[in-house]
Design a protein around this ligand. Structure first.
Ligand code: GDP
Ligand code: MG
Length: 444
């Protein structure tokens, strides 16, 4: 239901034939569908109202671009506004403070706080080489502290020794001290929740905050929270003061509504999403992907629009020429990677291309996700200009130097080179024939 908005709008949009500017009537008809879709997605009523008002303001009277239909224009405005509301840029965890940086996890019981604590710890340890200490402040549920200890053992992250009889504030103090003495970079405090928001919970969170002085306070919320999301986010933000949101169970029937609601009422960024029970099922939040999901966009038109927005025309022309000549070096690959990042990463771009599912899976199998993209850029920028234009130069000793320079391994470099070869072949094939998809994308 959630991803059929595009279809629903389609019928209305096809009825819109006028040229020039969008009329009030056109916009109202489209917005009725937008409103219904958002409510079905469990976006809270007040947020839906604010959203449709803003879209109406922008849409009525808007010039319709020559190349697209009026309906597509409305979709584009809705899409842009969704991204605007979800927060344009992806915001990372902020660990920019003197060590040990304290991260406090808050939220209702069962929202995924403990699981997310483990996931974040694993990510910081493995990808950012941080020394992390975990502490469970959940003295309410009998096995809660034990649960975190087990997760710590699983992921190889230290946990604060459990001392029976201590209260949450006392444990927070002990964690901070242990982290300081032990030379830890980050200490993550996993707090207790309740089944619903109540006064004792808010008081407890405020006390822990006063004692631990966390740099980040992350509200962990189930993406299926629905209409309660607004109240939940507002309460925690007003009473405790959150710095970011983690949305869990996005792997389930996540319709994205909670994301929009919580972001809208708090203005705080959604920093991460949980996409499974396993410790590596944690991803960065990409607003454009959720917006695309809401609109169910899967057509080449929007891809071309996006491409036109992000691809520098001159570069594109040069690239098209190179492709046709069958040349594609590592500089070009780096450009491609940057373009992919601008277009919302692999998932975002591939999601927009019909029939690209298979390729997306292949790329995922090759480990080509968004962190990988960053790593690959690091590798390419550690190369000399000569190496970039002539990858055949890259023998063992050069790889060793580049690996050291980019903080990667020879295996990473081999993967990149393999991918480059595969892409060069693919681009060559696509570059032939002007009608090809790449030809269109590159404006050639
Ligand atoms: P807490 O009470 O807030 O600490 O919640 P827990 O971390 O104990 O999680 C409650 C349940 O939700 C556990 O069974 C987790 O495995 C599960 N869970 C947490 N995050 C996710 C997620 O992103 N996806 C899925 N499918 N399950 C999750
Ligand atoms: Mg817990």
């Amino acid at each position: 239901m959630f991803d059929s908005l595009q279809d629903r709008l389609g019928s209305i949009l096809n009825g819109l034939t006028g040229r020039g500017a969008l009329s009030d009537k056109d916009v109202s008809a489209a917005l009725r569908e937008v409103r219904r879709a958002l409510l079905e997605a469990d976006v809270s009523l007040e947020v839906v109202r604010g959203f449709t008002d803003r879209v109406r303001e922008k849409a009525v009277g808007a010039e319709i671009l020559k190349s697209i239909k009026p309906g597509q224009m409305v979709v584009k405005i809705v899409h842009d506004e969704l991204i605007e509301m979800l927060g344009k840029d992806q915001v990372a965890l902020d660990l920019n403070a003197p060590a040990p940086v304290v991260v406090m996890m808050v939220g209702l019981q069962g929202s995924g706080k403990t699981t997310t604590t483990g996931k974040i710890a694993k990510r910081l340890t493995e990808k950012q080489r941080k020394k992390v200490l975990l502490a469970s402040l959940d003295t309410r549920r009998p096995a809660a502290q034990e649960q975190l200890k087990v997760l710590g053992e699983q992921t190889g992250v230290a946990t604060l020794p459990i001392i029976a009889g201590q209260g949450p504030v006392e444990i927070a103090g002990r964690a901070e001290q242990a982290a300081r003495l032990g030379g830890y970079d980050v200490v993550i405090l996993d707090t207790a929740g309740r089944t619903h928001i109540d006064e004792p919970l808010m008081v407890e969170m405020a006390e822990i905050k006063a004692r631990a002085k966390p740099h980040e306070i992350l509200l962990v919320a189930d993406s299926l929270t629905g209409q309660d999301a607004v109240n939940l986010a507002r309460s925690f933000d007003e009473r405790v003061g959150i710095t970011g949101i983690v949305l869990t169970r996005v792997d389930g029937d996540g319709r994205g509504g909670a994301a929009l609601s919580m972001r809208a009422v708090t203005g705080k960024p959604i920093k991460l999403i949980g996409v499974g029970e396993k410790m590596d099922a944690l991803e960065d939040f990409h607003p454009s992907r959720i917006a695309d999901r809401i609109l169910g966009m899967g057509d080449i038109v929007s891809l071309v629009e996006k491409a036109a927005e992000t691809i520098d025309a001159e570069k594109a022309a040069a690239m098209a020429k190179k492709l046709q000549a069958g040349k594609f070096d590592l500089n070009d690959l780096a450009d491609q990677i940057r373009q992919m990042q601008k277009m919302g990463g692999m998932g975002g771009m591939m999601g927009l291309m019909p029939g690209m599912g298979k390729m997306k899976n292949q790329m995922a199998a090759a480990g080509l996700d968004d962190t990988m993209l960053k790593r690959q850029l690091a590798i390419i920028s550690s190369m000399t200009a000569k190496e970039r234009t002539n990858p055949d130069l890259l023998k063992h000793s050069r790889k060793k130097r580049i690996a050291a320079g980019s903080g990667t391994s020879a295996a990473d470099i081999n993967k990149l080179l393999k991918m480059h070869r595969q892409m060069a072949d693919m681009m060559k094939a696509m570059g032939k024939g002007k009608g090809g998809m790449m030809g269109k994308m590159m404006g050639g």
